[in-house]
Design a protein around this ligand. Structure first.
Ligand code: S3P
Length: 175
């Protein structure tokens, strides 16, 4: 395995778990949002505000293609990445995809505190945020569940989740 792609909703812990996994596997860690911001020299919030979501998704797709050619990397993707273009196929063809799964309740608790830099939720009230998570997660799970591995990250210690993932990665592939 040369590349591991972490996918899942905003606030599901992709960056924290991705960093731990990269250290453990001795891989480089790439956060796709950070990669986009440094390549475009613009904040994600500014890309959304100035050019809109469609333009952001096109940039995100191009940047995913770029990182899919790098070797020995753990890539933490944006919450919407798997749901646009053929991004899920790209990840499954060039590496191993892993869905970090959380309940609606855990996601709303986590996102309540961390919405300022997330353009899709920054202006939502608490009840709007809960509705958004329910509706969007239902639509996105169709894509997320196409991952090679699905790991629950509800309220768990990131180090324990990381160990669990490493042991799953070491298991021989099922035939
Ligand atoms: C998005 C998630 C964000 C970022 C952008 C859009 C989404 O990444 O890519 O704001 O569509 O869910 P995180 O999942 O890292 O917050």
């Amino acid at each position: 395995m040369k590349r591991l792609f972490l996918i899942g909703f905003m606030g599901s812990g992709k960056t924290t778990i991705g960093n731990l996994l990269a250290k453990n596997l001795e891989y480089s860690f790439i956060d796709l949002d950070v990669y986009i911001e440094s390549r475009m020299r613009k904040k994600i919030t500014d890309i959304f505000a100035e050019s809109g979501e469609d333009e952001f998704r096109e940039i995100e797709h191009k940047m995913l293609l770029e990182v899919s050619s790098l070797e020995n990397v753990v890539v933490s993707t944006g919450g919407g990445t798997p749901c646009f273009y053929d991004n899920m196929e790209i990840m499954n063809e060039t590496g191993l995809s892993l869905y970090l799964k959380l309940s609606n309740e855990s996601l709303s608790q986590r996102l309540n505190k961390a919405r300022a830099f997330r353009p899709l939720i920054k202006d939502k009230s608490d009840s709007e945020l809960i509705d958004f998570i329910k509706e969007t997660l239902t639509k996105r799970e169709i894509y997320y569940t196409r991952a090679s591995l699905i790991v629950n990250n509800d309220g768990n210690d990131p180090n324990i989740v990381c160990k669990e993932i490493i042991s799953q990665l070491k298991k021989p592939a099922q035939t």
